[in-house]
Design a protein around this ligand. Sequence first.
Ligand code: ADP
Ligand code: ZN
Ligand code: ZN
Length: 769
Amino acid sequence: MEEKKEYYADVIVDISHEKLDRPFQYRVPDRLRDRLETGACVTVPFGNGNKLLKAYVVGIGQVCKYDPAKMKEIRGIVQGGTGAEDKMIALAAWIRKNYGSTMIQALKVVLPARRSVKRLEHRTLQRALGREEIVSLLGESRRKKQVAKERLLRELVEQESIPYEWVTGKLGVSAQTVKSLERAGAVRVISTETFRNPVSLAATREQKKLLSDAQRRIVEEVMGDFESGRPDTYLLHGITGSGKTEVYMQLVSEMVERGRQAIVLIPEIALTYQTLLRFYNRFGDRVSILNSNLSPGEKYDQCERARNGEIDVIIGPRSALFVPFRNIGLIIMDEEHEGSYKSEASPKYHARETAIQVARLHGASVLLGSATPSLESYYRAETGEYKLFTLKERLTGGQLPKVHTIDLRRELKEGNRSIFSRKLQELLADRLSKQEQSILFLNRRGYAGFVSCRSCGHVMKCPHCDVSLSEHSGGRGGQGTLMCHYCGYQEPKPKVCPKCGSPYISGFKAGTQQIEEKLKEMFPGVRTLRMDGDTTRTKDSYERILSAFMGGEADVLIGTQMIVKGHDFPRVTLVGVLAADLSLSVGDYRAGEKTFQLLTQAVGRAGRGELAGEAVIQTYQPDHYAVIHAAAQNYGGFYKEEIIYREMMGYPPAAHMLAVQIFARVQDRGQALADSLASVTRRNFANLSGPDAGGSPSGACGERQGLQIVGPAPASIGRINDIFRFVFYVKCAKYDKLVQIKDLLEEEMQKRQSADELVQFDFNPMNTM
Ligand code: ADP
Ligand code: ZN
Ligand code: ZN
């Protein structure tokens, strides 16, 4: 007789973050076995009195952790919950299923950590003197070189009042400095109790704009769909300054009028004071912000305010999606192409898809906005999954900058070995003489040691994956090895360029510091500011540098990608991109897309104000379509070429791709586990692909319809903190199939129960691991 298998479920009886680590185990009665799922809401007898309580299932298994004789049974499944808690559980279950993690991990993402909650005190700083007196104090602190004080005063010239957290946070001004100004009678600190609305003073009051026809049509269509019970997902493609934020605010206000709440996602790096002020001024104390400057207690407090209906609008990075509003009407995702919308920790959820899921649970609309939409979103707009809106004109005037693309191969050929092309030198000299500002942008994003020819621009690529190979030291004779991080292909680093025979082949090694030194050699006395990973270690130094540059403390700002996002610099009339190729040639299928976005943003930094701007793009690959279309600020042209590449290679969004990431203490065991999981996947390939996969009947494009496994290979950083890292990729046209593979591999790992190896999943990864 077959032994009867018992099932046991871990449940939590109260959903709050700190109860998550103490689930209780219950027996699953036979009658419920087939229906019970992780995430289900159940009733259980609890405590000595066996009082019936509502509980949520966070895991189901066959291992009994307590005395089976004493274990109680789940009583029943609660049907169709619609409360706020049930929505959170449903969302966590969805995240768990679609991105891979435990239910506990997923719940930790959606539930805020409760800390000893001290009621948040809202404070604002107000100027206590007239504008002119502030201006004269500003002059004084400038002479005395009191830079922090100067920054604060400069802000106070523009604004009559500033939220206190901005003063100490984003502006990086110490409490001491504030005190000294307070003692001098220049400012007042006011707390919420006396003045609830932090910034609604006349100085900056945001007038509700009369929308242009194009803007109005967008608002009408979104609201029309919403009103008729068909809320949808929309992509708003519009260059910076085309009026997207104005559309967002109008839609938010329509929703608020209807008693619904709105979430406005903005990547933290792009969330500028100006943008925040616009929302504050329009929605007063019904709007709040969530950012990393807030302590966990403060974050929790924001969530409580949302739960209690004290606010209607929350602005913040991806975690703002989980603010427990009761009845969301709209989720806006600005700069929707930004990589920071994807979580780097497991579960590696993408805020875009998650936002759509949250919207589904609430019957809400989703509006994605960008000047350079992600390939994913534009593809879905083209296929009709999202509705597409376009805003074409800059409303503030300001012309698109004139762009010069400089071929670095030619510079070398004509004898210029400097890192600055002759054109860039000439324009820099011109700007310095006119006392206009310039930005030098070093495109190091995801820089992973690719190798190219300085004479002809040829980049060493993987013959199988069409991505750049990365250089690794070692190899025979210390010559170095080139490796593909998708499939593991290797070859020795060649001594001469395989295309033109030139011996000048190498990676590009200059950093921002070197550029600064070279610039000072060339233009003695030039005032520079530098912004990169080194100079922005602390959270606030980023804002501090930007604000110093904005205030004219330097002629040239040198930096990596962080300088091209968010901020507007009205006095910048020249942008130099030193080596556009750096991001073009990382071993990553998104390299072209990231390059196009960065170059477009960088070029767009020039000439935002009254003055016309120019940009110089230095590159070894002037003919690359990402460079050509970015120079012309032509999104459509770029998209058309990029999507062909994605389709040909079966990369997202043309197909889906799952990265299976293996972490191990012992190298050989990591490799063995990676090999074994890949072959488990391969072995089950036949089952999973089912009758509808395997390509068209003729079998012509079979691979893309079915499953394709690439790797395993060591990760691009093969070892971190003595943990070895391996990865393989599974490509498939159907997302569901990849979810099935994830489930299969999760089961497999559960069977192994190894503490020394760990597997994580990354669906449609933003970066190679
Ligand atoms: P984006 O978000 O696309 O960068 P914004 O919404 O910030 O664009 O608009 C750019 C500028 O144009 C802002 O200064 C804004 O106040 C102004 N603006 C936007 N819409 C209108 C309008 N309908 N009428 C007048 N000014 C507008
Ligand atoms: Zn060459
Ligand atoms: Zn490869």
